[in-house]
Design a protein around this ligand. Structure first.
Ligand code: FAD
Length: 271
């Protein structure tokens, strides 16, 4: 849709060119959400594309995903042979409810910053222990794990004007085995639960990430693969009945039920 409140579009070569932040400014990534509904409080879009960030960089530390990396580019990524979790990129992207336009235009950063419970890039980057680099308007860059970045449905830790620069997926997480399950109440519908388990080579460092069924991602970490009862108890301890996300894509009891059902499949597969 046309955004008829917009009077200016900035295309800075560097974030320093943006100047002081003010109400009415908005970062523009792929624009797939921004242009999907009226943005009455926004008069100026600041296009991140002109910053020219390298979408994907493989380093010793892991994979650095620029916020502006497009979903379609992440889908094509082939990592080093020992990064066994890379196929999870495609699994999560395929769980994304999206049209051709969103597939080609939406960015990883845009999806993470939307911070929706069924945000497929939130699920992926939280499960692979991603760490966000944030650029505040004033002050030094700061690092926040993805699992702490999203604080609720469409809520996150970004301060006014703060920019998500990148997400680092550590090589240690990319080398782990994984199992993933996703379920939607309707065919091709938004995820009601998207759950990922990862584990080290020797059955160590088991991490379960619950997303979509809850307003924000949750981690359950164990030194070894836990028993079914231990894992169930840990989930029930952290997530009481009112901690589940109820919407048209599933009631809270339904999401709790499918989560337990899928978690046991994941646990058994990785054990
Ligand atoms: C029909 C439809 C169906 C959808 N279904 C799903 C779904 O199933 N699951 C799901 O997760 N999402 C879904 N979405 C929303 C989806 O999350 C967004 O369309 C997309 O991920 C946003 O990415 P973008 O790059 O286009 O961001 P934009 O639309 O450009 O930006 C989104 C928001 O993030 C801010 N932002 C973007 N990048 C940054 C950054 N680097 N730093 C700080 N702020 C930033 C923008 O200012 C804006 O507020 C759907 C959207 C539509 C329109």
């Amino acid at each position: 849709m046309n955004l008829n409140t917009i009077t200016s579009v900035k295309r800075p070569a560097s974030v320093d060119d943006v100047g002081p932040w003010r109400d009415g400014y908005s970062w523009l990534a792929g624009g797939t959400w921004l242009f999907s509904e009226p943005q009455v409080a926004v008069d100026t879009l600041i296009d991140l594309d002109s910053l020219g960030w390298t979408p994907l960089a493989v380093t010793e530390a892991g994979l650095e995903i620029a916020a502006t990396c497009r979903i379609v580019d992440l889908h094509k990524f082939k990592g080093p042979a020992d990064w066994r979790a890379v196929p999870l990129f495609q699994n999560c992207i395929d769980a994304f409810l999206m049209s051709f336009k969103i597939w080609n235009a939406a960015t990883v950063g845009g999806n993470v910053c939307m911070s929706l419970p069924a945000g497929a890039m939130v699920s992926l980057t939280a499960a692979l222990e991603g760490v966000c680099t944030l650029w505040p308007r004033d002050g030094a860059p700061r690092q926040v794990p993805v699992v702490d970045f999203v604080t609720g449905n469409h809520q996150n830790v970004l301060q006014k004007g703060e920019l998500l620069r990148s997400v680092l997926l550590p090589a240690s997480a990319l080398k782990k085995r994984y199992a993933m399950r996703q379920v939607s109440l309707t065919h091709l519908g938004r995820s009601a639960a998207l759950i990922v388990g990862t584990v080290g080579d020797k059955g160590d460092d088991f991490l379960l990430t619950v997303t979509a069924a809850t307003p924000r991602p949750f981690h359950f970490r164990f030194a070894r693969v836990p028993s079914a009862a231990e894992l169930r108890q840990a989930i029930d301890d952290l997530l009481p009945a009112d901690a589940w996300f109820a919407d048209v894509h599933g009631s809270a009891p339904y999401k709790r039920h499918v989560t337990h059902y899928l978690v046991e499949q994941i646990r058994a597969e990785l054990a």
